[in-house]
Design a protein around this ligand. Structure first.
Ligand SMILES: CC(=O)N[C@H]1[C@@H](OP(=O)(O)OP(=O)(O)OC[C@H]2O[C@@H](n3ccc(=O)[nH]c3=O)[C@H](O)[C@@H]2O)O[C@H](CO)[C@@H](O)[C@@H]1O[C@H](C)C(=O)N[C@@H](C)C(=O)N[C@H](CCC(=O)O)C(=O)O
Ligand SMILES: Nc1ncnc2c1ncn2[C@@H]1O[C@H](COP(=O)(O)OP(=O)(O)OP(=O)(O)O)[C@@H](O)[C@H]1O
Length: 491
């Protein structure tokens, strides 16, 4: 379903008893302004809302929020950051909807989507009416809504929360990106639980340094437990094995619950077995131990399950309920997703698009593979360039055969992205095939029974962004096609 169809269906008019004009909506797109809207001017990458105030007023704006002088006939509220002001205004306009349900936020470089799905399953199993906001979609109960961002901009976010409240959601889980925290998209949102997965290199185009990146994620914990609206204690759920957790622990007013494998933690996994069927381990929690047999592969997924268990634990969900929920999850789309086939080659589509996640996936595949590991990796255009050589290094070091290819080049020349990747490796063997479809076909053509082919980067995505064009592209479909086409069979 289209997001705007859902959101425009909800009237949230605020009337003023003293005769002031009723504010009918808050808009950051002048084309959506109607009689009584507040228009918020946002300076974007392609458009500056400050240049559209005249049109916004012609469309009926009752007031304008701006960062720089604008010349209009209606009241103007000047603020330092219109994005942050928008978050607070939106939360207020929609009546602070997050006060009405239990909200769990997840931040970290990797594992947010997986952990949020595990938590959603746990919440459902405990009888909650659930909401989910994340990279793949938003969900209200079983209703799916498309999304553009991992964490939507604040207007969309607060409207969505209001819709969740109206739909009777009792517990929700959401991914909170560092971009969103930095821009204040979640200001005005009340989290009951904040979960940290891990911090490794990514997004340095936006945050510039790892310190800034870490600090941006810290905003989720710094604000936790400080809300005027808070009616219940807040919990920070931190990964004891990640160094950033100590920083977040020091800055939060919330109760801290840790999880981990290596260092001592409140929620601890022990006796871990990684098998071709998935993972088996025990979780030691305050007051008990429980055995988990999961279909999810890889040590990183043990961390994700621990994070979800810890979030459920502080949400007062019983360990037995959580066990049932965790054991039911067979996978999350595009995360270590196996492409079914009879050839004896394991073909895995995975969303790994950071050096750390690529290493994790390849390390997981290695012991499960009798033959060679062949990887296809690329890097997105208009995004963090510093990770390109590191992705190439990871591919060459952890696989037997590496093919570098395109992965959403956007406005950049795919060849120059691949050149950046190649700068990270010298002496190692790799192949460069610019066309992703051809690269997948080549990898599968090379594979013999017992080999694994890891197609990294795009996971659940069903498109490729080339220049301004968004073309249909699904790694899973192309892999199936290549498996069917393989000339000479798999002998
Ligand atoms: C690079 C970036 O942050 N872009 C975001 C930005 O787009 P933009 O700057 O191009 O916006 P713009 O088109 O210039 O418009 C600026 C303003 O003018 C308004 N406008 C525009 C046109 C017009 O005629 N009239 C008008 O009033 C727009 O409504 C907007 O308020 O503003 C849009 C609306 O809020 C966002 O959807 C968009 O996020 C894009 C999709 C994006 O990819 N963002 C990335 C950086 C991001 O946020 N990623 C994180 C993390 C992902 C991860 O963990 O991997 C995320 O949370 O998604
Ligand atoms: N806990 C983890 N630690 C390291 N890598 C992980 C972890 N969980 C998943 N991964 C790897 O990272 C990839 C992305 O996982 P997931 O989508 O859950 O993370 P994410 O944080 O939501 O990513 P994004 O912010 O880019 O949407 C997976 O396909 C897997 O390769």
């Amino acid at each position: 379903m289209d997001l705007s169809t859902v959101l425009t269906a909800i009237p949230f008019y605020r009337q003023d008893k003293e005769g002031n004009p009723a504010i009918t909506s808050i808009e950051n797109d002048h084309r959506l302004v109607t009689e009584g809207s507040i228009f918020i001017c946002i300076q974007g990458f392609t458009f500056d809302g400050h240049t559209a105030t005249k049109e916004a007023v012609e469309n009926g704006a009752a007031a304008v929020v701006a960062e720089r002088p604008v010349d209009v006939s209606v009241p103007v509220i000047y603020v330092r950051s219109t994005k942050r002001a928008m978050a607070q205004l939106a939360a207020h306009f929609y009546g602070h909807p997050t006060d009405s349900f239990h909200l769990i936020g997840i931040t970290g470089t990797n594992g947010k989507t997986t952990t949020s799905h595990l938590i959603e399953e746990i919440l459902r199993a405990s009888g909650e009416t659930t909401g989910l906001i994340g990279t793949m979609y938003m969900k209200i109960g079983d209703k799916m809504i498309e999304t553009k961002n991992t964490t939507p901009e604040s207007l969309t976010l607060q409207k969505t929360f209001a819709y969740m409240k109206q739909a009777g959601v009792s517990s929700a889980v959401m991914e909170v990106s560092s971009h969103a925290l930095q821009e204040g998209r979640t200001n005005g949102t009340q989290f009951n639980v904040a979960v940290f997965t891990n911090l490794t290199q990514d997004h340095l185009d936006f945050h510039r340094t790892m310190e800034e990146y870490r600090a941006a994620k810290g905003l989720l914990f710094a604000r936790l437990g400080n809300s005027f609206h808070a009616s219940a204690p807040a919990y920070a759920v931190l990964n004891a094995d990640d160094a950033a957790s100590a920083v977040y622990e020091a800055m939060t007013a919330a109760h801290v619950v840790t999880y981990g494998i290596e260092k001592k933690a409140d929620i601890q996994a022990k006796d871990i077995q990684l098998t071709s069927e998935g993972t088996a381990f025990t979780i030691h929690y305050p007051g008990g131990v429980i055995q988990i047999h999961s279909k999810l592969a890889g040590l990183f997924n043990v961390y994700n399950m621990l994070a979800a268990f810890a979030a459920g634990f502080v949400s007062k969900i019983t360990p037995d309920t959580m066990k049932q929920a965790l054991e039911r999850v067979s996978g999350v789309a595009g995360r270590f997703e196996l492409v079914p086939n009879e050839s004896g080659v394991s073909v895995i589509v995975d969303y790994a698009h950071t050096p750390d996640s690529l290493i994790n996936v390849l390390e997981t595949v290695r012991p499960l593979t009798k033959g060679r590991v062949i990887v296809i990796a690329g890097c997105g255009g208009d995004r963090d360039k510093t990770k390109r050589p590191l992705m190439a290094q990871a591919a060459c070091k952890y696989a037997d055969e590496a093919i570098f290819t395109s992965d959403n080049p956007r406005s950049e020349d795919p060849v120059s992205i691949l050149t950046d990747m190649k700068s990270g490796v010298s002496g190692e063997a790799y192949t460069v095939i610019v066309d992703r479809k051809e690269a997948i076909h080549r990898a599968i053509a090379l594979a013999k029974p017992g080999d694994s082919v890891v197609i990294a980067g795009k996971g659940h995505e069903t498109y490729q962004i080339i220049g301004q064009e968004v073309i249909h592209f699904d790694d899973r479909e192309v892999a199936k096609e290549a498996l069917a086409d393989k000339k000479g069979g798999f002998a």
